[in-house]
Design a protein around this ligand. Sequence first.
Ligand code: GAP
Length: 513
Amino acid sequence: MAKQEDQFKKVISHAKEYGYVFQSSEIYDGLSAVYDYAQNGIELKKNIRDYWWKAMVQLNENIVGLDSAIFMHPTTWKASGHVDAFNDPMIDNKDSKKRYRADVLVEDYVGKIDTKIEKEIKKAAKRFGEAFNEEEFVATNKRVLDYKAKQEQILKRLGESLTNEDLEDVKALIEELGIACPLSGSKNWTEVKQFNLMFGTKLGASADSAMDLYLRPETAQGIFVNFLNVQKTSRMKIPFGIAQTGKAFRNEIVARQFIFRMREFEQMEMQFFVRPGEQKKWYDTWKENRLNWHLSLGLGKENYRFHDHEKLAHYADAAADIEFKFPFGFKELEGIHSRTDFDLKAHEEHSGKKLQYFDNEINEKYTPYVVETSVGLDRLFLAIFSNSLQEETLEDGSERTVLRLPAVIAPYKAAVLPLVKKDGLPEIAHKIIDDLKFDFNVMYDEKDAIGRRYRRQDANGTPFCITVDHDTLNDNTVTIRHRDTMEQKRVPISELRSIIDDEVSMRKWLQKI
Ligand code: GAP
């Protein structure tokens, strides 16, 4: 546990030190759970967003984009159910005065059982050596099976209590499991209460004419209310999708874990409109598609898993999370939800306008069903960044910190380094940049000894370093060094573009999906 915490602290301080993520309003001691993306962070974030957008919109003939406003008519949120049901169950510890999400306390307890299971597996692997079969062990070992049964039983009870709004039972569960306040160790809890997560604001200047608004808690509703406008103007036929990226706001009770849970964050959502009755097929398809998209980034298959929901949101007939192994354990990264016709029907009812589609293949008019994919851009950033940050011991015994970001989304694709700041080498370096910059984000770096510059670029996540030295003056060649292998090659300047492109081209990465 301490190791996990140390690793996570390293992630946060590296993100700051290398210009990825800063605390918002830091000079005023910061604003809780609000963050700013710095010069490298914004490039990484933009590249992740582009990678998603290309995979969803550009590569799918039947998906189009949208950028709807953050402010929406307040009835939107009545119709969507957010005014009445977008709540988190919260509980306060009477001694530490700290507030927690009751369901998260229970889920964290269940997460700790995972650690116990992992310990059993490690112990057995040591005992059996080469003959160890993990799959068989997990499926048959009594202790592991007991742990799993306990996890299942707890989550089932939690799911049922939340679905039935039985908050007394949620508190009873916390007490029965002996869950203590992580800060104080105290088990002195208040009752569990519901807390609405939407931020309110006002539209208009004068107090009596001002209209109460909410900052959108999800981008999805902007897609629903535009469904018919987009369908008609794009002449899309069902099944088709609308994709959107943008800010969402939630007054999270427990806003910790850096950019994992923020009060202002960005979502990348896609609503796929389908014929009623076909939602299960599309739900399965999108679960698979989205997992494959994540896997294409190469962070390791073992770091992802599905978690099918026991407790379904008010709008869903099936839902699953793609979970990722963050430094603090497996947690939700993306949600895939079969939202039925709940949202479109609700907007029809509240607006009095029909949101129906005439399907001329079956000669029928209906309100489409919707399968949604929804991923947090900041959370994805954290998954990629934390997984990429690695410490290595090299052959000569020295240590290096390397940020092995997938090359396709790295903020800078190459750094051009003149060996010395004289003899015309900086001028050649700038000329190389002037050519490469039309295709790639490239940086110039002349400060410090070349070894230190390599290490700095490794820690910055830059896939290539290009060194201009005195031989370059004679033969127009440079040394290109690969971040991950540290291999160095002498190549003609004229080949740089294709060498870099080979590794970072979005086309090649997207073709892996
Ligand atoms: N439209 C469906 C929806 O919003 P959600 O499961 O509440 O579903 C989808 O959110 C995704 O948005 C999550 O899987 C997560 O990646 C991201 N997300 C949600 N709340 C967040 C927060 N407070 N901070 C950062 N990301 C968040």
